[in-house]
Design a protein around this ligand. Sequence first.
Ligand code: DDH
Length: 279
Amino acid sequence: LDSLSGSPGPVITAPAKPDYGAVRKAIEDVLDVDGYDDGSYGPVLVRLAWHSAGTYDKASGTGGSNGATMRFAPESEHGANAGLAVARNLLEPIKAKFPWITYADLYTLAGVTAIEAMGGPTIPWAPGRSDAPDSTACPPDGRLPDASLGAAHIREIFGRMGFNDREIVALSGAHTLGRCHADRSGFLGPWTNAPTTFSNLYFQELVNNKWRKKRWSGPVQYEDKSGELMMLPTDMALIWDRKFKPVVDEYAKDEETFFKDFAAAFSKLLALGVPGQAA
Ligand code: DDH
């Protein structure tokens, strides 16, 4: 189109065989940084992938990772996305080095690469996303879950994307990674004592630890006896709901099944609304 209109816009030609392995390697190389959180950008990259995809609405086919609309306001400024500029900015030099990859593919591939690098399962991932040119396709605010609510809200949010109870619990296991930041979400602290290792520890903590309301001036959250570990109200909903709870128990005992189910559910999440990858 540029040549037709006569304007010398940038022309980015995809290589004959795009080397996604090289992109993965570049992502791995920026993960570990002493002094950032628990020493890894892995968790925040996983959150970026999830928030870019978790806006999907099955009924209308809107939202989802295709388009990488989180680059634009208003989506970049949605409350749920506070702090994710850290992850997007981290990926900018990689986008500059591999200009043929779309932001939408890069954001999702970064989440997959981070999970695998942190010891998680192999996540089936395929390219094919394109980048929206502007904010027109940004989803409305409110499509991502509200941590202060309960099981009905969780089912409504994930049901809209097309997930069942078992998939919801599996996906929630991502909270084995990372932490809450007071200046991003208002909540504070990690869910596990190994927040840069992908494992079933989150489920073990939910089931085997004792949780009580934290006494503080912040939003309602739960803490264990040590005061070091936390759970959100939506995390507690997984053990308070009689349909979610047996799945939590199962994953707490059986990490292999959790890994298998998580890989399938996370892969499905990243494929929602992507042309040719419809779940
Ligand atoms: Fe989450 N999450 N998440 N989450 N999430 C937060 C952090 C991280 C909810 C709320 C929060 C998923 C589901 C839910 C990750 C991955 C996933 C924080 C803290 C809040 C709040 C943000 C901050 O302060 O920095 C709620 C509510 C739900 C829900 O299901 C009801 C899912 C499905 C995933 C996924 O990846 C599949 C990760 C990783 C983090 C840690 C980020 C970090 O910087 O560390």
